[in-house]
Design a protein around this ligand. Structure first.
Ligand code: HEC
Length: 388
């Protein structure tokens, strides 16, 4: 019983390819599934004789190929159409023809890499490098001039005496029972191998360094650090004003943007209408932008209590009658155009965000000068005690 459990399988050796083909056919005919054939070279017709089904590895390739295509397309869709939509040559954001090369490459990459990885890990069971047939006489002979078949004990039909009988009936050179090795170790990282790795790393990195710095390039190789291009904030040798960062040509209009019509006017007779109703999201956006861009000077609540400690003149409170009587459009105008010493913020804050700030300033103003009906409403919402 104990012995039976430790049997890996029973082998039989033959002298010629014809014998092994017929032997494999007979083993398969007898209904065995878990058996294998070992030959010194591939023998034609063996798959058929063993009644092997096509490998399932192809499905791995298919599944990962399709995932690669889907991943590439979704990623490009997200970057080019959602996260950072950019008009390129007037093409649609999701420009399929332009995405084909990358999709193709990611498909091939994922399919091939995963085929190899899963073949090694699942089908070959790496890093398990032990196999009961290692170091057996059988393995030595089938690597030279014999042809062997092994019926494994994992087969449901396996019965030691029956298998022996079947194999003997095939007229083999010999048959042998192979046992699982008793806790033998096959370490991957032997000192010799580690030494080999270390020397390889040393030779490759040292050699590359020497090749690039001493042989191919006279000056030290600087890995693309020095390039003839302008980095932000650097002076330019090309333009007479030496500015590296260029302003757009005068009169150019950004795609999708109508220029603000009252730029440079201090007190426009008309102003734009607020296109946004103050929803919760809009006010939250406004609050975020106000606290980022306006609060350093105007204070968190618009009282004009600047945090800048005199580095910039304190602005007036936004809760003055004048401030409260501004139309939405007028506040938008001041943010966009600036007013006297306050600079315009049109280059830092988008149009929509500026309107959201206007809505948020209305919230601040209403909170500081609440009417009786506002207080009634607040009481109702906070359960009567007026605090929250
Ligand atoms: C660098 C400091 C600073 C920042 C930042 C700043 N302001 Fe001002 N703001 C001022 C000063 C100073 C004035 C007064 C200008 C004047 O003398 O007319 C002012 C005036 C105003 C006025 C007119 C007030 C009035 O009664 O005339 C409004 C409205 C206003 N700012 C809104 C904003 C908003 C909204 C932001 C954020 C986008 C902002 N400001 C950012 C300094 C600043």
């Amino acid at each position: 019983m104990n012995n039976e459990k430790n049997i890996y399988g029973i082998t039989a050796l033959f002298k010629s390819p014809d014998e092994i083909i017929s032997a494999a056919g007979k083993v398969a005919d007898a209904g065995y599934k878990n058996f294998d054939v070992n030959t010194p070279y591939p023998v034609h017709g063996m798959d058929k004789a063993m009644k092997l089904k096509p490998s399932r590895l192809g499905f791995v390739t298919l599944v990962f190929g399709l995932s690669g295509a889907a991943l590439a397309l979704i990623f490009m869709y997200w970057t080019m159409s959602v996260d950072y939509p950019m008009v390129i040559g007037g093409k649609p954001f999701f420009a399929l023809p332009a995405f084909i090369p990358v999709t193709f490459e990611v498909t091939v990459l994922l399919a091939t890499v995963m085929t190899v990885v899963l073949m090694l890990a699942l089908f070959f069971r790496l890093p398990d490098n032990k196999h009961p047939l290692h170091d057996t006489n059988y393995m030595k002979l089938v690597s030279k001039d014999h042809y062997g078949v092994v019926i494994e004990s994992s087969d449901v039909q396996f019965d030691e005496s029956k298998v022996k009988e079947l194999l003997k009936s095939l007229n083999p050179v010999n048959t042998e029972v192979v046992y699982y090795p008793i806790a033998e170790k096959y370490p991957i990282f032997q000192p010799k191998f580690l030494m080999f790795l270390f020397i390889t790393v040393l030779v490759v990195s040292g050699g590359t360094y020497f090749l690039l710095n001493k042989l191919m390039y006279m000056t030290p190789f600087d890995w693309m650090m020095e390039q003839d291009k302008l980095t932000p904030q650097k002076t330019s040798e090309l333009f007479s004003d030496r500015f590296g960062m260029r302003k757009p040509v005068e009169g150019s209009v950004a795609r999708g943007f109508i220029p603000y019509p009252f730029m440079g006017v201090d007190n426009p007779k008309e102003v734009l209408m607020n296109p946004f109703i103050p929803t919760k999201e809009n006010i939250e956006l406004g609050s975020k932008k106000y606290l980022t861009f306006c609060s350093p000077c105007h204070g968190d609540y618009g009282d004009g209590d600047s945090r800048l400690k005199g580095q910039f003149p304190n602005p007036p409170t936004l809760h003055s009658t004048r401030g409260r009587e501004f139309s939405d459009g007028m506040i938008y105008h001041i943010i966009t155009n600036g007013q006297n010493i306050m600079p315009g913020y049109s280059s830092q804050i988008s149009r929509d965000e500026r309107w959201a700030i206007v809505n948020y300033i209305r919230v601040l103003q209403r909170a500081k000068n609440a009417s009786d009906s506002d207080l009634e409403l607040a009481k109702k919402e906070t359960g009567g005690n007026g605090t929250n």
